[in-house]
Ligand binder design. Structure first.
Ligand code: RIB
Ligand code: CA
Length: 328
C-alpha cells in the first residue's frame, strides 16, 4: 500500500493490549496524522486471548470494528517463559464485555504480516512497539530484509539510568523478553527511538488523579472507556507510590505523530541484560561521552502539558461504538 496522499504517517502498532496500549490504539484511529495499517499482538501484559479481546473492545469504542486488521503473534518470549502483568492491569480493560461473535484475527501470523507489510511498502512504515519485542526480533531472525524495509521503530522500553517497574532494575517490556530486545538493538535498524519508563514516563507522562478525573468527566463514550480501562492500573500505581495514571505507550505513538512534544533526545548505545538473575532486563543506556557507537535515540524530556491535552482531546471526541458494550 503506498503512503497515504493525506500525508498521514503509516504505522503498525505492535502491542500487548491492556490499559494504555488501548489508549494508544484509540489515538492511532482518532488522530488524522496516523494511518494505522495493522495491529500485531505480542505476549505481555495479560492473557494472550484477552489481549485480542481488548483490541476488539478498543476498536469498538471508537466505532472502528473490522477497520484495522489484527494479527496474532508470539504467545511467549523467545527464550524465557511468559511473565504476566495482570497484577498491575487486571484483565487490561476493567472487565468490559461485548459480543465478539464473528470478530476473528487475521489468519496470517503477526511476524509474517510485519515482514510482508513492510516489504510491500519499503521504507514507509514505522512500527510502534509497545509490548515485549518478541515479534520484532522474530521478524529480524526470519527475514533479514525486514530491517531495511522498516522506516523506524518507536519503542516503549527500558529506563534511562533510572528505576525499573517490574523489578528495581528492569522495565516490563524489556524484562519479559530481554533476548528479543537485544536482538532488535543489535539488528542494525536505521532509526530506533526509545521512550523509557524512567524518567520520562513516571515523571513527565503521568496524569494525576485530578487530571485522570478530568478526562473521566468529559461525558463521552471514550471518556467512560478511558476511565474503565485505566482505573485498575491507576489504583495499582497509587498503591505502589506512583501518584497518577501512567501513559508510556500512548506517549510513544504521540512522539512519532507529534515530534514537537519532544523537548530533548539524544543518541545512546542501548543494551539489555540477558543473563544476570539480579538485573535481567536492565537497559544499559550509554550517552555520548562514553564513545560507544549509538544504536538508538532516547527521548529525555517531553512537553507534559501538551501530551496531556493531546490525550484529553482524543477522549473528548464523540464516537458511536460499532456494537453495544454489555457493561460500560
Ligand atoms: O513498562 C511499561 C510497559 O509494560 C507498557 O508497555 C505496559 O503496557 C506494559 O506492557
Ligand atoms: Ca504495552
Amino acid at each position: 500500500m503506498p503512503a497515504t496522499s493525506s500525508g498521514a504517517i503509516p504505522v503498525i502498532i505492535d502491542t500487548d493490549t491492556a490499559q494504555d496500549d488501548c489508549v494508544t490504539i484509540l489515538a492511532g484511529i482518532l488522530d488524522p496524522a496516523a494511518d494505522v495499517r495493522a495491529i500485531t499482538m505480542v505476549a505481555g501484559n495479560v492473557g494472550f486471548d484477552r489481549q485480542f479481546v481488548n483490541a476488539q473492545l478498543t476498536l469498538n469504542a471508537v466505532g472502528a470494528l473490522g477497520q484495522v486488521p489484527v494479527y496474532l503473534g508470539s504467545r511467549r518470549p523467545m527464550v524465557r517463559q511468559w511473565v504476566s502483568a495482570e497484577d498491575v492491569h487486571g484483565d487490561g480493560t476493567g472487565g468490559l464485555a461485548m459480543d465478539v461473535t464473528g470478530l476473528d484475527p487475521e489468519r496470517e501470523h503477526a511476524v509474517d504480516a510485519l515482514i510482508r507489510l513492510t516489504a510491500e511498502a519499503p521504507g514507509e512504515i514505522s512500527i510502534v512497539c509497545i509490548g515485549p519485542l518478541t515479534n520484532i526480533a522474530m521478524a529480524v531472525v526470519k527475514d533479514p530484509r525486514f530491517v531495511a524495509n522498516v522506516k523506524a521503530l518507536y519503542i516503549m522500553g527500558g529506563s534511562n539510568n533510572g528505576r525499573g517497574n517490574i523489578t528495581p532494575s528492569a522495565e516490563f517490556n524489556f524484562y519479559v523478553d530481554p533476548h528479543a530486545a537485544q536482538v532488535v538493538l543489535d539488528a542494525g535498524f536505521e532509526n530506533i527511538v526509545i521512550v523509557p519508563w524512567a524518567p520520562v514516563t513516571i515523571e513527565q507522562a503521568l496524569f494525576s488523579r485530578e487530571r485522570f478525573d478530568e478526562i473521566s468527566a468529559l461525558g463521552t463514550t471514550l471518556a467512560a472507556f478511558y476511565h474503565r480501562i485505566c482505573l485498575a492500573t491507576l489504583e495499582f500505581d497509587e498503591a505502589a507510590g506512583i501518584p497518577g495514571s501512567t501513559h508510556p505507550d500512548s506517549l510513544t505513538l504521540s512522539v512519532l505523530l507529534h515530534p514537537e512534544l519532544i523537548i530533548s533526545q539524544a543518541p545512546y548505545r542501548v543494551d539489555v541484560e540477558t543473563s544476570s538473575a539480579l538485573t535481567l532486563g536492565f537497559s544499559a543506556m550509554a550517552w555520548g561521552r562514553y564513545g560507544l557507537p549509538p544504536n538508538a535515540t532516547v527521548v529525555e524530556r517531553i512537553d507534559s502539558e501538551a501530551f496531556f491535552q493531546l490525550i484529553r482531546g482524543y477522549m473528548a471526541i464523540e464516537t458511536t461504538p460499532s456494537r453495544p458494550f454489555q457493561n460500560l
